[in-house]
Design a protein around this ligand. Structure first.
Ligand code: PLP
Length: 393
């Protein structure tokens, strides 16, 4: 018999009742250190008092009004995002996939409005993940996610990551833009080289294409900069964000330059809930936290410390850990043993971690973790790695 909840996830037999900071308490009263943060969502820890206050204060005023009217919270947060980034305009939505959908629509519409309706294809990268809508599964190109869902949406040409000549070869008179995660999450914590991003920027300028970043997972402080693209200096024309933006309240956004956003005139896009007052109250407070002096420096320091400790583990257990990947607090352990077995063993140590592609275990702790939480995670990782090593012939 089918489960009451549609069985699209193979879920761990764990449920949580409450959380505080980097810790979650299960319904059975067991405390877990959360090094997954709801897949990079709970960046400010669980039950962050500032976010709780922002949400509850807004909940007592007004929850929802509709995008038929002005939403002051959207106007305020859009201005703050614009000041902090390349962007001139922002659309608020509810999720990462929706933000990516709009990025795709906007890229096509920009070319259409520029007199190039034939330019409607987007170059994407192997290992990409942009969401689970029909357009975003086509953009991601993962056969597992496409199977059984009818004709794959046309208009995406996929090439290997960091392969500039493949990108050049894929550009045709039908190309509208290039869409890339500066640091892939689901694909296995794989970085786009900084020089590669700069070369993509140049190619886009030469060919009249839009450069689209998907920073749904790697953005909003996760790598130690507000947005991961800042490490390369190569700015996009359009960028999708979500996850940490709401710290656990569902919200996404698509940021764009004036040039890219201008063709999105009234009636071309919309969302009932997108950017509603509750979401904006939380995201505005999240933005205040992430941009506070010292916050991103803390992420960078903790990221370096965690990466250093992981490198030591790799040296101690070379038959278990193959490679350390990632940046800031978006780190991955590429393993020589099955990653899902490793994640299951970490549950038994009381630490939540997450699998990713290429047999990687992802570490995505709340950005507010301190050295003691890193110590706890490293001890648990060390125990699990030692057990796998001992079991090897
Ligand atoms: N893009 C990236 C890079 C992601 O990591 C994800 C989700 O993991 C998405 C898009 C889709 O976001 P959502 O699940 O909120 O639709």
């Amino acid at each position: 018999m089918i489960s009451p909840v549609l069985p699209t996830y193979s879920r761990a037999d764990l449920a949580f009742e409450r959380g505080e900071g980097a810790y979650l308490t299960s319904t059975e009263g067991v405390i877990f250190l959360d090094f997954g943060a709801g897949v990079a969502v709970n960046a400010f820890g669980h039950a962050n008092p500032r976010l709780v206050d922002a949400l509850t204060a807004q909940a007592k005023k007004v929850w929802h009004t509709s995008n038929l009217y002005r939403v002051p919270g959207q106007e305020k947060l859009a201005r703050r995002l614009i000041e902090a980034t390349f962007a001139d305009t922002v659309f608020f939505c509810n999720s990462g996939a929706e933000a990516c959908e709009l990025a795709i629509k906007m890229t096509r519409r920009y070319q259409f409005a520029s007199g190039h309706p034939e330019r409607n294809r987007i170059i994407t990268f192997e290992g990409a993940f942009h969401g689970r809508t029909l357009a975003t599964i086509a953009a991601g190109g993962n056969e597992k996610y496409l199977e059984g869902f009818g004709p794959k949406m046309e208009g995406f040409d996929q090439v290997p990551l960091n392969d500039l000549s493949a990108v050049k070869a894929a550009i045709t008179r039908g190309t509208a833009g290039i869409m890339i995660e500066p640091l892939q999450g689901e694909g296995g914590v794989r970085s786009a080289d900084r020089s590669f991003l700069r070369a993509l920027r140049q190619l886009c300028d030469e060919h009249g294409l839009l450069l689209v970043y998907d920073e749904v997972q790697c953005g909003f402080g996760r790598t130690g900069k507000l947005f991961a693209y800042e490490w390369s200096g190569a700015v996009p024309d359009v960028m999708a964000i979500a996850k940490a933006l709401g710290g656990g309240f569902p919200v996404g956004a698509c940021l764009a330059t004036e040039r890219a956003g201008a063709p999105m005139t009234p009636g071309t896009h919309g969302s009932t809930y997108g950017g509603n007052p509750l979401a904006m109250a939380v995201a505005d407070e999240a933005f205040s936290i992430v941009t506070e002096p010292g916050f991103l420096g803390h992420v960078e320091r903790m990221g370096l410390r965690l990466k250093q400790r992981l490198a030591e583990l790799k040296d101690s257990f070379p038959t278990v850990i193959d490679e350390i990947r990632g940046q800031g607090l978006m780190l991955g352990l590429k393993l020589k043993v099955p990653n899902s077995d490793f994640v299951n063993a970490m549950y038994r140590e009381g630490v939540l971690t997450i699998v990713a592609g290429e047999n990687v275990v992802r570490l995505l702790p709340p950005l507010v973790i301190g050295e003691s939480e890193i110590d706890v995670a490293i001890t648990a990782l060390g125990h699990v790695a030692a057990r796998f090593a001992a079991a090897q012939p």
